[in-house]
Design a protein around this ligand. Structure first.
Ligand SMILES: [Zn+2]
Length: 160
C-alpha cells in the first residue's frame, strides 16, 4: 500500500535524509513529475509514473524504479494515487488506502462494475432490482467470476 503524503511533508522528510540536496531543485523535480503524471506520461513499461521516485531518478513507475512489485508503505504524493497499469486497471495495493471500495478480482485488480455483462437469468431475478448494496455487489461478483464462461449459474437466484 502507499503511504500518502503531501508535497510539503515529503520535501521536509527527503531533505532531512539528504541534507546536501537543495529544496528548490527537489521541488522543481516533483512539480515536473506531477506535470508529466497529469499529462498522462507513462513509464516505459506502460504504467503510471511514481512521483516520489521520479523526483530522484528518471521518470518511471514504482516497479521499474524500486524493483518491487507493489508499494509496501512507500511514500507517494497524495494527489497522484489514482495509478493505473498499461491496461488502465487499478491494483488494490496501488490505491489510496483511505479510498478503497468496490470489488477486485483474485489478482487484486479493481473490477469495473459498469463493464460486467448482465445475464438474462438476472433479469428475471428479484435481486436484480434490489437497492441493497450487499446484494448488488454479490451479484456483480458472481457475474464477473463467470465472465469467461458460456454458461451462467447462480445459486442465489430468486424468481421475481
Ligand atoms: Zn515501469
Amino acid at each position: 500500500m502507499w503511504r500518502p503524503i503531501s508535497i510539503d511533508k515529503y520535501v521536509k522528510i527527503h531533505l532531512k535524509k539528504n541534507p546536501d540536496q537543495k529544496e528548490n531543485v527537489l521541488r522543481v523535480r516533483i512539480e515536473a513529475a506531477m506535470d508529466a503524471y497529469r499529462n498522462g506520461l507513462k513509464c516505459s513499461c506502460g504504467k503510471d509514473i511514481w512521483i516520489v521516485g521520479s523526483a530522484s531518478a528518471p521518470f518511471g513507475c514504482f516497479s521499474c524504479i524500486s524493483g518491487k512489485k507493489h508499494p509496501l508503505g512507500d511514500y507517494e504524493i497524495d494527489s497522484a494515487l489514482e495509478k493505473r497499469d498499461k491496461y488502465g486497471r487499478r491494483h488494490i495495493d496501488e490505491m489510496d488506502p483511505g479510498k478503497i471500495n468496490g470489488i477486485f478480482d483474485d489478482d487484486g485488480y479493481e473490477i469495473n462494475r459498469e463493464l460486467i455483462k448482465m445475464q438474462s437469468l438476472c433479469l428475471t431475478c428479484i435481486k436484480n432490482n434490489s437497492e441493497d448494496f450487499e446484494d448488488n455487489i454479490l451479484c456483480d461478483m458472481n457475474r464477473s467470476n463467470q465472465a469467461g464462461s458460456n454458461t451462467f449459474e447462480c445459486h442465489d437466484y430468486r424468481k421475481g
